[in-house]
Design a binder for this molecule. Structure first.
Ligand SMILES: NC(=O)c1ccc[n+]([C@@H]2O[C@H](COP(=O)([O-])OP(=O)(O)OC[C@H]3O[C@@H](n4cnc5c(N)ncnc54)[C@H](OP(=O)(O)O)[C@@H]3O)[C@@H](O)[C@H]2O)c1
Length: 286
């Protein structure tokens, strides 16, 4: 299957290229310099040149805190860019899988969010992604929401905990934020499996299981590091989100339910084994 990936230089874009190549797919993962999704003519030209069987829109402005100060940049990529990709795909009858986020929710739930839960973003980033979702749905594309992505070559929470633990810094993580850690490679595998399905709902959640707190995830990271012999066993201290100021609000509860994915015969990916592998790679590499 020929797959055109936007945002090909990002964490998920690289995972799609890696996993797709292993699976025998012809993945054209274009970084921002090769395809700017805010440029409608460039998007149209890329579709006409590559003639993909499916497009995966992994391009996004993901700096959640920076978006508060620069909403124009967040909306340009996450809303207008998504709209341009969706319209170009619709005009050519090319299926689109558009990647979105738990940040479209308010975080007040107590059970994993289903796909039909009300969208109530509390940050600029969340609002820009919600606007992108609406544009994609209007053009007939499929929205795939995920959460708490990690990989050995990413730059989020998991690599940050690994670096801090290896430096011997005191470790703290919040107990009152929960979510669904998701390995970028696992998400890539599911997206590629969905690529040639024509029975997809308009919105689908693909996120790892089980849901955990940030504290439990951080503890799983240091446990994996200790198991790899990279550090001595250590306990991560609990902290409250109230003591953790950041410009953008994060959903306190961000777990995404996997019922719809199960209905398609696919399982939400368990994250623990993938986390162990990512941590081992990080422990070897840096
Ligand atoms: N990371 C997470 O924890 C997480 C959680 C839930 C959902 N998601 C969603 O998952 C998707 C992939 O996230 P990720 O972790 O792979 O993010 P990422 O590493 O920041 O990758 C996003 C990529 O999009 C590129 N990009 C930015 N503006 C662009 C433009 N105008 N045209 C083309 N490409 C552009 C970026 O290029 P530059 O590097 O040049 O900026 C970057 O390479 C996003 O839709 C995100 O909202 C992520």
């Amino acid at each position: 299957m020929r797959v055109l990936v936007t945002g090909g230089g990002g964490q998920l874009g690289r995972a799609l290229a890696r996993v797709g190549a292993r699976g025998g797919h012809d993945v054209r993962a274009l970084p921002r310099a090769g395809l700017d999704v805010t440029d409608a003519a460039a998007v149209a030209a890329a579709l006409d040149v590559h003639r993909p069987a499916v497009v995966i829109n992994a391009a996004a402005e993901t700096a959640v805190d920076r978006a508060e100060a620069r909403p124009d940049r967040a909306f340009a990529v996450n809303a207008i860019g998504a709209d341009r990709v969706a319209r170009a795909c619709a005009a050519r009858a090319v299926p689109l899988l558009h990647v979105s986020t738990d940040h479209v929710f308010d975080g007040l739930a107590t059970r994993p969010y289903g796909e039909d839960a009300a969208v109530r973003p509390r940050s600029v980033y969340g609002r820009s992604k919600a606007a992108g979702e609406a544009a994609v749905r209007a053009a007939g594309g499929v929205v795939v929401r995920t959460s708490w992505l990690f990989s050995a070559d990413g730059c989020g929470f998991v690599p940050a905990i690994v670096r801090a633990a290896r430096r011997g810094d005191p470790l703290r993580a919040v107990v009152d934020h929960s979510g669904s850690p998701t390995a970028a490679d696992d998400l890539a595998r599911v997206l590629l499996a969905l690529g040639d399905r024509r029975d997809l709902p308009a919105v689908l959640h693909v996120a790892g299981e089980p849901a955990v707190t940030r504290l439990a995830l951080a503890q799983a990271v240091v446990d994996a590091l200790a198991a790899a012999g990279a550090i001595a066993p250590v306990t991560v201290a609990p902290a409250s989100a109230a003591t953790w100021w950041a410009p953008a609000a994060r959903p306190a509860y961000a777990a995404l339910g996997g019922q719809r994915l199960r209905g398609l015969g696919l399982a939400p990916p368990p994250w623990r084994c993938a986390l162990g592998r990512a941590v081992q790679t990080l422990a070897r590499g840096r």
